[in-house]
Design a protein around this ligand. Sequence first.
Ligand code: RIB
Length: 312
Amino acid sequence: MAVTVLGSIHIDLYIKVDRLPEIGETIVGSGFTILPGGKGANQAVGCGRLGEETYMIGRIGMEFSDLILRNFRDNKVITDSIIIDEHYPTGVAFIILHEKTKENMIIIDPGAGKRISNLDIDRADNEIDSSKIVLLQLEIPLEANLYMCKKAKFKGKTVILNPAPARILPEDMFHYIDIITPNRVETYQLTGVAVKDLSTAKEAGERLIQKGVNTVIITLGSYGSVLVTASGALYYPAFSVEVIDTTGAGDAFNAGLAVALSRGMDIEEALVWANAAAALKLTKLGAQTGLPYLDELLDFLKKHSKYKGKTI
Ligand code: RIB
């Protein structure tokens, strides 16, 4: 089957620092790079690299449009539903990567992504029809995301929402989401539960299920992830890898999850793919340039064939 991704497409402006500046201070960074990014685009490229037929719906401006479209095609992402908006610029992200901790700070201006409309989504009906999975994030207008959730659910698709960056969602939206994948901050925003350990992760997951979501996956960075469904909760520890850059690890996770489900795996097996894809991303620089390919993932999984979730 296939995956349709609706979401942001950015140009990422990366710079490395060994400490963060104080207010009003100028510091010297290094390694400035311009790379393709945006959570939506990263997740689509992640699916394409893992060998799944992938459709991207989004908007960019004229700037960098050739580079962005060529990059999608090089990564086997179908671009027919990407609109080039003549009136708004391509979205950008300023990414500051801390050299020691490998953590990042990101500021985005979604640019043309702010103009994604319900009509853009209607124009992609054929792509949605051909897909098993519809994958969403929150860097584009909420109205468009809600519209897509309803449409995809009506068409019988599996809707995955990666609720990043953290935003408050309309209560009715939860009923149209099959799988939600918040991190700790997003989980707090959505439930009011501060995730401090596995039992609070389980509690937060149960709250989201009460709101109408079928399956909750809470990502916990270097601790791994927690799967919560109506039948119980499982903990998946993070794989131990040498971390180069944490940027885009969540995007790799969601792409791995979507591809595994699109290939017909059950949710527990799909979590193994998601965690493995995120681990491989951590070992490389760049939110999108560091996303793994299918052969790397399969190789990694062979080396970790005993890995599975543990009941909480
Ligand atoms: O998840 C990482 C992404 O977040 C970056 O590529 C950046 O563009 C922001 O959208």
